[in-house]
Write a protein that binds this ligand. Structure first.
Ligand code: PLP
Length: 378
């Protein structure tokens, strides 16, 4: 069994993907082909945002946003402690100070309450200027934007939505990657919408920021590539990846999102009496980058992972370590707050195989294994 079966997806989309790739090879327009701008307008219209700027990966997407806002020394950037490293790495790389904030116990997303406390703590210490909140749409569910936006407005902070795992999610009818002042996503192969290598995108409604993002993405270009008006980076999405994404976006919209939600529902119905299943807020919709359950203890979590492995079922731990405890942040300028929920989650969480092409029989194997494991322990 595969954790996320990309070969199966390819088998089903093969003729369209092979044709799209062949068109790029025949035209030889490997960089900045027309597929890139076509994809950008398709992604912008899907997310309901004015501008989409594609780039080389989801990490660069975050960096580009911070560059456009000129975030650096003495700026405080608030980041959830329970996320992939890039969310905290990028503000630190720009010279800003990451402030680690705890998450909600039920959704695993940044806690509005802990965020406000962290902002007050930084203001009271008086050394840093609070500038940006990086919200993460963890495992596919949008963060609580109604609550976070209120806090951002109250303290005059910008929201950078890290939608690397959240593309396709919604609150009501509003799509993920439209909640931030700038929002980003990743097309890493295992993300909800993935390409066949690295890729990413930045979204914003703001014309000035969009122009800056387009410039920073290509060596700080001015009127053309050989007119350089600022120090930028080289971070383009190549034409092959854009062509592949155009095919995959169609499947994503037409049935993949629906099918992965169906699979998640099936897990939750069958497992709710045995383990803590994911909690989706009223009116929220997840794109299920991960389906993560909570066990009672670290010992039980590790036991279940070994039990599944012996039976050929892969599972993953996202994340085994709070970001604030990564070696890279040791002795570095950063601010820690009360992070006790994150500490707990790292010990108890386990992600199960899920993807839009998962068969009911495969899912039943996983479900029965978990039931057996729980019953032989009680
Ligand atoms: C994957 C991921 C990123 C980085 O995306 P890459 O395309 O791998 O650079 C950033 N933030 C989160 C939350 C992610 O899951």
């Amino acid at each position: 069994m595969q954790f996320r079966d990309l070969q199966k997806q390819y088998k089903i989309l093969k003729s369209d993907i092979d044709y799209a790739i062949k068109q790029v090879l025949d035209a030889g327009n490997f960089i900045s082909g027309s597929q890139v701008t076509e994809l950008e307008s398709q992604l912008a219209s899907y997310a309901g945002v004015k501008h989409c700027i594609t780039c080389a990966n989801g990490t660069d997407a975050l960096s580009l946003a911070l560059m456009a806002w000129n975030i650096g020394e003495e700026d405080a950037v608030f980041v959830p402690d329970f996320t992939f490293f890039a969310s905290g790495e990028t503000p630190a790389y720009e010279g800003a100070v990451p402030v680690f904030v705890d998450v909600e116990e039920d959704t695993f997303n940044i806690s509005a309450e802990s965020l406000e406390q962290a902002i007050l703590q930084v203001k009271e210490e008086g050394k840093l200027v609070p500038k940006v909140i990086i919200t993460v749409d963890l495992f596919g569910q949008p963060a609580d934007y109604p609550a976070i936006r209120k806090i951002a407005d109250k303290y005059h902070l910008l929201i950078l939505e890290d939608g690397a795992q959240g593309f396709g999610g919604k609150i009501g009818e509003q799509m993920a990657c439209s909640f931030g002042d700038i929002s980003t996503t990743s097309f890493f192969p295992a993300k909800p919408l993935g390409c066949y290598g690295d890729g990413g995108a930045v979204f914003t409604d703001n014309d000035d920021w969009a122009a800056l993002l387009r410039s920073y993405r290509i060596h700080g270009k001015g009127s053309d590539k050989y007119d350089n008006v600022r120090i930028g980076i080289n971070s383009r999405l190549d034409t092959l990846q854009a062509a592949i994404l155009q095919v995959k976006l169609k499947a994503f919209r037409e049935y993949e999102l629906r099918d992965v939600n169906h699979a998640a529902e099936r897990y939750s119905c069958q497992l709710a009496d045995y383990v803590r299943v994911p909690f989706i807020k009223e009116g929220f919709y997840s794109s299920w980058a991960q389906y993560s359950i909570l066990l009672d203890s670290e010992e039980e979590r590790n036991g279940l992972q070994a039990y599944l492995k012996d039976r050929g079922i892969p599972s993953m731990i996202y994340y085994p370590k709070p970001m604030s405890r990564q070696t890279a942040f040791e002795g570095m300028d950063c601010v820690k707050t009360d992070l006790s929920v994150t500490e707990q989650l790292c010990c108890r969480i386990l992600a199960l195989p899920i993807h839009p092409y998962m068969e009911a029989e495969e899912q039943d194997m996983v479900i029965n294994c978990i039931k057996d494991f729980k019953s032989c322990r009680s």
